[in-house]
Design a protein around this ligand. Structure first.
Ligand SMILES: [Zn+2]
Length: 97
C-alpha cells in the first residue's frame, strides 16, 4: 500500500479586528500601516504592521469606528479614513449582494 501524501496545507489564521473571530488569512482583507500611511493591502505583502478585517460590513463598521486604529497602534488621518471608507462602500454591495 502506497503511503498517501498529505494534502493538508497549513493556512495562517488571523483575527478580524471587527468581530475578533480567528479565521483563515485569505478570507480577510489586510490593512497595512506602512511608511506611507495606512492603506489597503490587496496583495498581503506590504511591509509594516498589518490588521485584518472580514469582508463583512459589520466588521468594517466596527473597525473604522476605532478598532482598526487600535490594532495598528496609530491614529488614522481623516484622509486615510476616507480612503478606507471608500473601499468599504465600493465592496459593500458585493459582500451583501
Ligand atoms: Zn469580522
Amino acid at each position: 500500500m502506497a503511503s498517501r501524501k498529505s494534502r493538508k496545507r497549513h493556512i495562517p489564521q488571523r483575527t478580524c479586528v471587527g468581530c475578533r473571530e480567528v479565521i483563515s488569512k485569505r478570507d480577510l482583507i489586510r490593512i497595512v500601516r506602512s511608511a506611507d500611511g495606512v492603506m489597503i493591502d490587496p496583495t498581503g505583502k506590504e511591509a509594516g504592521r498589518g490588521a485584518y478585517i472580514h469582508d463583512q460590513s459589520s466588521c468594517w463598521a466596527t473597525a473604522l469606528q476605532g478598532s482598526l486604529a487600535r490594532a495598528l497602534k496609530v491614529d488614522l488621518t481623516s484622509q486615510e479614513l476616507e480612503e478606507l471608507e471608500r473601499y468599504y462602500s465600493q465592496r459593500k454591495e458585493e459582500w451583501e449582494g
